[in-house]
Design a protein around this ligand. Structure first.
Ligand code: FMN
Length: 185
């Protein structure tokens, strides 16, 4: 990994280190999570920032074998989620953002809010030594059916979490010259 960051900073600030330690995990051991770890992960979701603190989200925690299979089917056969001891589903409630922010809330804020919650979850999982993966490729209506979502609720991400059984190759990032721009007068 080519990381343009001072190693000492990473050692000094563990939260910073978690950002760079996180990587997608697609192979899980099935050991269950201790209750306090599960609670910490749930709190990391709940304490994400959201526009106007509307918290236009619902968090589903799936541990049943059958429901995990159903979610994997809804995610076009991404069966690597099944052995994970816990699978989270993060769901946006666009109307709760619309109430305050109109169309911008419905289209944008509720998605940003739930995305922030997902990242919080993955960083907390990393800090506790778990692997995780953001899964966004799924059939919305199939996921809604598996979770019995009320109409209008929008599934945003499925996130399996568990002890990693292995990792694929580390991903790289595009050069910063392509994606980072310093703006001055
Ligand atoms: C919005 C979004 C959707 C994603 N959907 C999937 C998915 O359906 N299946 C999967 O295996 N990974 C999925 N990923 C994970 C990305 O492939 C991964 O984050 C990217 O390749 C960078 O690798 P890293 O997470 O190891 O840094 C998704 C990530 C994001 C942010």
């Amino acid at each position: 990994m080519t990381l343009a960051i001072n190693e000492e900073l990473l050692q000094q600030y563990p939260a910073l280190k978690m950002i760079f330690e996180r990587r997608s995990c697609r192979s899980f051991r099935s050991d269950p999570l201790p209750e306090d770890h599960l609670k910490a992960l749930i709190e990391s979701l709940r304490w994400a920032p959201s526009a106007g603190n509307r918290q236009p989200w619902r968090f589903y925690i799936v541990t049943s074998e059958q429901k995990k299979r159903d979610l994997a089917d809804a995610a076009f056969g991404q069966s690597f989620i099944i052995p994970a001891p816990v699978v989270f589903a993060v769901v946006a409630v666009p109307e709760e953002s619309y109430d305050r922010y109109g169309d911008r809330g419905r289209r944008l804020f509720c998605i940003q809010d739930t995305a922030a919650a997902v990242e919080n979850l993955m960083l907390a999982a990393t800090a506790l030594g778990y692997g995780s993966c953001w899964i966004g490729a799924f059939d919305d209506s199939a996921v809604s059916q598996v979770l019995s979502l009320p109409s209008g609720h929008q599934p945003v991400a499925i996130i399996p979490v568990g002890r990693p059984a292995g990792y694929g190759r580390r991903t790289e990032r595009r050069p910063s010259s392509e994606t980072v721009f310093m703006v001055d007068d």
